[in-house]
Write a protein that binds this ligand. Structure first.
Ligand code: 26Q
Length: 816
C-alpha cells in the first residue's frame, strides 16, 4: 500500500470511530475516552467485515454445494477485536488511528470481555475449527447456544475457589448480531399420539406440547485475509406469545411474566462439566432446544435449494456432533423425516447415517453421557419412542448376526439397565453416524480396542482418528507477535496459512545469532508476563527463572497433585540444603474446578497453601515460587503460553483424549514434560525424542496396574522424599490452622488405591524434572530444543485437522 492511500484509510477509520462514538453510542467524542473509543473501533471494524460476511453467505446461498454443520454446545472464541483486525489486515492502520486519539490499541483490546461459552478443550477446539473452516474456505456453519452466563468467573479467596457469575452480555456485545426474523418454535413435554393416515398407515404425532422460541444470534468468524467469513449461529430462548396469552386470559399478569421468564431460562447458563453430569433436566432441555432449532434452520436452507427428494439430503448436509451433547439430533432427524415428511423408517435411517458423524472426546466412564428413560420420556416422548425403535431394530440385527450372544446385546444396547434405565448417548451417536472419530491416535486406538470394541467389530471401518489441531492465527500470530516477527524475518509469513513451513526454522536451530534473537524474544515475553502477574496479584516474579506451567481444568486425571508433590520435594531439598542441579523456578498454575467437584477444589486450596508456605519462607528466597492465576480463560492463556519454558502435560496415560494446550506450548517454543498420553505422543514423534521430557507408565501399564496388584502404600513406604511430602500434607504442615484439611487428598492416594497412579509415576517424574533443570543450565542446548519444537509443530495446525475432516468425513471441498 502506498503512503497516501494508507493515510487515507487511517483518516477514514478515524472518522468512522468518531462517528460511531457520537451516533451509535450517543456519546461525546471529546475528550476521547477508552471505553467509548474501544466500542467505536469495534463498530468500525465490524462494518468492514460485514460486507465480506454478506458476500460469503450470499455465495453459499447461490451455490448448491454441500455444507458442514458443526454442532457444539460450547464455543470458546476468545476476544474478537484483534482477531478481526488481523483477519482484515488492518493492524497498523488501527494502531495509528487510535494513537492519533492519544490511545493505545493494546490497552483498548483489554476492554473486551472473554465470551466463556465453554468449559475448556472441547469448546476451544470448536473455535479453532471455525477459524480454520473460514481460512480454508470450507463451506459451513457453527451452531450452538448464546448463553447469558458463560463459565463461572473464578476468584481465589483465602486459597479457595469462589464462583461468580459471568454476565458477559451485561453490556451488549458489538459482535452478536441478533436476527429477530429467524425464530423457530421448539416443543417440549406433551405426548406422542398414534393416528391413521389417509393410506391407512399408523403414524405418530407429538401433541399437547409446551413451546419456546429460538432466536438466531450470529457471530462472524473471518478467515485470515481471504475475504471469507463463516457464520456462527447461536440460539437464544425467547418465550412464545401463547405462553403469556394463557395467563393473560385468566387475568394473571404476574403468572404470565413468570412463565415467560422460566421458558427463557433455557439459554441462561452454560453447564460446567461436573464429575457426574447426570440428571440435569435443564441441560437436556438445552440440548434439544439447540438441536431442534438447528435442524429447522438446516431444513429451511435445504428446501430453499429446490431439492427433488430427501435422498439427496446427505449430499447437501454434513452434521458433525461435537461429543454426544447434540446426539439427540439423531432422534430429531428421524422424527422429522418419518413423522413430518412421511418417509419410510428405512429411508430415513439411511439418510441419518449418511448425514451424521460423531467426535468422541473422552474415555473416562463417568464422563459418558446418559439420560434416564424417565426424563427423556417425559420431556421428549416421541423421541424416546424413536430411540426404542432404533434400538429394537439394531438389537434384532445384532441378534441375527450373533445368535445367542446375550452379553453382546447387553453391552451394545442403547439402554443401560444397571442404574435405572438410562439412554447411552454415545451408543446412539455411534449407530446413527457413518463415522466416529477420536481426537488423537492413542485415544482413537483406545476407542476401538477397549471402550467401543464391540461396535468396532460390528462396523469395521466406522472408527477413525483425526488428531486435534490449533489455529496458528490466534496461538502464534496473535498471542506471540514478537516470535511471529522473528520467524517471519527468516522464513517469511507463509506459515500463517500453511504451518508446515515452520520446518524451515530447523536450519537455524544451532545458529548462534538466531539463538540469541530467539532468547531475547522469549525473555521479553517472560518480562511482559511478570509485569502482568505483578499488576494482577501484586506478586513479584523473576523472569530469569525457569517458567514452569500447569494450566488447564483442575482434574485428578490431569494430576496437578503430582506437580505439587514435586514442588514440595524441591522445597524440602532447598530447606535441607541438598539441592543437586536446582535451577530457580517459577511455577504457574491456573484452571477452574467444576463447582461440584470437591476434590478438585481442595487441590486448588492445596496449591495455594503450598504457594503460601514456599513463597513466604526466607530459606527459599528466589529459588522457588508458586503462583496460582485466578480465572483462567482464553486471553489469559494467550499471555501465559508465549512466556513458558516448560509445559506440564502429565496426565495418567490413556486418560487425556488429546490435549490441545500441549500443542499451543510446543508451538510457542516451550519444552514439554509429559507422559505417553493423548497428543503428547504425536508431539514427541515430530519434535524428536531428544527434545521432549518423557516419563511415566504407558497406557498398557496403566491398564495392567488397574487390573490388580498395584500397591501405592508400598511405594509410599519405600520412597523417603515422597513419604515426607505426603506426611507434610496430611499432618497439616500447609494448613496449621486445620491440620486434617488435606486428608482427603492423601487418602485418595493411600487409602483409596490411587486410581490415577500418582505414586506410581512420582519417582520417574522427579528424576525427569532434574534432567529438565540440567538442560536449562545449558542455554544453547535449551534454545536449540526450543527452536526445534516450534519448527516441527506444523502438523498440529487446525487447518490440517479441518482438511482431514473435510476430505475423509464430510466429503466437502474448499470453495474456489
Ligand atoms: C456433559 C453433560 C452435562 C454437563 C456438562 C457436560 C460436559 C461438558 C463439557 C462434559 C464434557 C465437556 C468437555 C470435555 C472436554 O473438554 N474434553 C476435552 O476435549 C479436548 C478436545 O478434543 C481434548 O483435547 C481433551 O483431552 C478433552 O479432555
Amino acid at each position: 500500500m502506498t503512503a497516501p492511500e494508507s493515510n487515507q484509510s487511517v483518516e477514514s477509520l478515524k472518522d468512522d470511530i468518531q462517528r460511531h462514538v457520537a451516533l451509535t453510542l450517543g456519546s461525546d467524542p471529546f475528550p476521547p475516552r477508552k471505553e467509548r473509543y474501544y466500542l467505536g473501533l469495534c463498530y468500525s471494524v465490524r462494518d468492514r467485515l460485514l460486507g465480506q460476511w454478506l458476500e460469503t453467505q450470499r455465495s453459499y446461498y447461490d451455490s448448491i454445494t454441500k455444507r458442514v454443520y458443526y454442532m457444539s454446545l460450547e464455543f470458546l472464541p476468545g476476544r474478537f477485536l484483534m482477531n478481526y483486525i488481523q483477519a482484515l489486515g488492518m493492524e497498523e492502520e488501527c494502531r495509528e488511528a487510535v494513537r492519533d486519539f492519544g490511545l493505545d490499541l493494546d490497552e483498548l483490546l483489554e476492554e473486551e470481555w472473554n465470551p466463556g461459552l465453554g468449559n475448556g478443550g472441547l469448546g476451544r477446539l470448536a473455535s479453532c475449527y471455525m477459524d480454520s473452516m473460514a481460512t480454508c474456505k470450507i463451506p459451513g456453519y457453527g451452531y450452538g447456544i448464546l448463553y447469558d452466563y458463560g463459565i463461572f468467573y473464578q476468584t481465589i479467596v483465602n486459597g479457595y475457589q469462589h464462583e461468580g457469575c459471568d454476565n458477559w452480555l451485561r453490556q451488549d456485545s458489538p459482535w452478536v448480531l441478533r436476527r429477530g426474523h429467524f425464530m423457530f418454535l421448539i416443543n417440549f413435554y406433551g405426548r406422542s399420539e398414534a393416528y391413521e393416515d389417509s393410506a391407512g398407515h399408523e403414524r405418530f404425532r407429538w401433541v399437547d406440547t409446551e413451546s419456546v422460541m429460538a432466536m438466531a444470534c450470529d457471530i462472524m468468524v473471518p478467515g485470515h485475509q481471504n475475504g471469507h467469513v463463516t457464520n456462527m449461529r447461536l440460539w437464544k430462548a425467547i418465550s412464545t406469545r401463547d405462553f403469556e396469552l394463557e395467563h393473560f386470559n385468566r387475568g394473571d399478569y404476574i403468572g404470565a411474566v413468570q412463565s415467560k421468564v422460566e421458558s427463557e431460562n433455557i439459554s441462561k447458563v452454560l453447564y460446567p462439566n461436573d464429575t457426574s453430569p447426570r440428571g440435569k433436566e435443564l441441560r437436556l432441555r438445552q440440548q434439544y432446544f439447540f438441536v431442534a432449532a438447528t435442524f429447522q434452520d438446516i431444513l429451511r436452507r435445504f428446501r430453499k435449494n429446490n431439492y427433488s427428494s430427501f435422498d439427496c439430503f446427505p449430499d447437501q448436509v454434513a452434521v458433525q456432533l461435537n461429543d454426544t451433547h447434540p446426539a439427540i439430533s439423531i432422534a430429531e432427524l428421524m422424527r422429522i423425516l418419518v413423522d413430518d415428511e412421511a418417509l419410510t423408517w428405512e429411508t430415513a435411517w439411511t439418510i441419518c447415517q449418511k448425514t451424521f458423524s460423531y467426535t468422541n472426546h473422552t474415555v473416562l466412564p463417568e464422563a459418558l453421557e446418559t439420560w434416564s428413560v424417565e426424563l427423556i420420556g417425559r420431556m421428549l416422548p416421541r423421541h424416546l419412542q424413536i430411540i426404542f425403535e432404533i434400538n429394537r431394530r439394531f438389537l434384532d440385527d445384532v441378534g441375527k448376526r450373533f445368535p445367542g450372544r446375550v452379553d453382546l446385546l447387553r453391552s451394545l444396547s442403547l439402554i443401560a439397565e444397571d442404574d435405572g434405565k438410562q439412554v447411552r448417548m454415545a451408543h446412539l451417536a455411534i449407530i446413527g453416524s457413518h463415522t466416529v472419530n477420536g481426537v488423537a491416535e492413542l485415544h482413537s486406538k483406545i476407542l476401538k480396542a477397549r471402550l467401543f470394541k464391540d461396535f468396532d467389530n460390528l462396523y469395521p471401518g466406522k472408527f477413525t482418528n483425526v488428531t486435534n489441531g490449533i489455529t496458528p492465527r490466534r496461538w502464534l500470530m496473535q498471542a506471540n507477535p514478537a516470535l511471529s516477527e522473528l520467524i517471519g524475518s527468516v522464513i517469511g509469513n507463509e506459515w500463517i496459512h500453511d504451518l508446515s513451513h515452520l520446518s524451515e526454522l530447523a536450519a537455524y536451530a544451532d545458529d548462534p545469532e538466531f539463538q540469541q534473537r530467539w532468547q531475547e524474544v522469549r525473555k521479553r515475553n517472560k518480562k511482559l508476563l511478570a509485569r502482568y502477574v505483578l499488576r494482577k496479584l501484586g506478586v513479584g516474579i523473576n523472569p530469569a527463572t525457569l517458567f514452569d506451567m500447569h494450566i488447564k481444568r483442575i482434574h485428578e486425571y490431569k494430576r496437578q497433585i503430582l506437580n505439587v508433590l514435586h514442588v514440595i520435594t524441591i522445597y524440602n531439598r532447598i530447606r535441607s540444603g541438598s539441592v543437586a542441579h536446582h535451577v530457580p523456578r517459577t511455577l504457574f498454575f491456573a484452571g477452574k474446578a467444576a463447582p461440584g467437584y470437591l476434590q478438585a477444589k481442595l487441590i486448588i486450596k492445596l496449591i495455594n497453601a503450598v504457594g503460601q508456605a514456599v513463597n513466604g519462607d526466607p530459606a527459599v528466597g528466589n529459588e522457588l515460587r508458586v503462583v496460582f492465576l485466578p480465572n483462567y480463560c482464553v486471553s489469559q492463556a494467550e499471555k501465559l503460553i508465549p512466556a513458558a519454558d516448560l509445559s506440564e502435560q502429565i496426565s495418567t496415560a490413556g486418560m487425556e483424549a488429546s490435549g490441545t494446550g500441549n500443542m499451543k506450548f510446543a508451538l510457542n517454543g516451550a519444552l514439554t514434560i509429559g507422559t505417553l498420553d493423548g497428543a503428547n505422543i504425536e508431539i514427541r514423534e515430530v519434535v524428536g525424542e531428544d527434545n521432549f521430557f518423557l516419563f511415566g507408565h504407558t497406557e498398557e501399564d496403566v491398564h495392567r496396574l488397574h487390573s490388580g496388584g498395584y500397591d501405592p502404600v508400598q511405594i509410599y513406604e519405600s520412597n523417603i522424599e515422597l513419604k515426607k511430602a505426603l506426611d507434610m500434607i496430611s499432618t497439616g504442615f500447609f494448613s496449621p490452622e486445620a491440620p486434617s484439611l488435606f486428608r482427603p487428598i492423601v487418602d485418595s492416594l493411600l487409602a483409596h488405591g490411587d486410581y490415577y497412579l500418582v505414586l506410581a509415576d512420582y519417582a520417574k517424574y522427579v528424576a525427569e524434572q532434574a534432567r529438565v533443570s540440567k538442560c536449562y543450565e545449558d542455554p544453547a542446548l535449551w534454545t536449540r530444543m526450543s527452536i526445534l519444537n516450534t519448527a516441527n509443530m506444523g502438523k498440529f495446525s487446525s487447518d490440517r485437522a479441518i482438511m482431514e475432516y473435510a476430505r475423509n468425513i464430510w466429503k466437502v471441498s474448499p470453495l474456489t
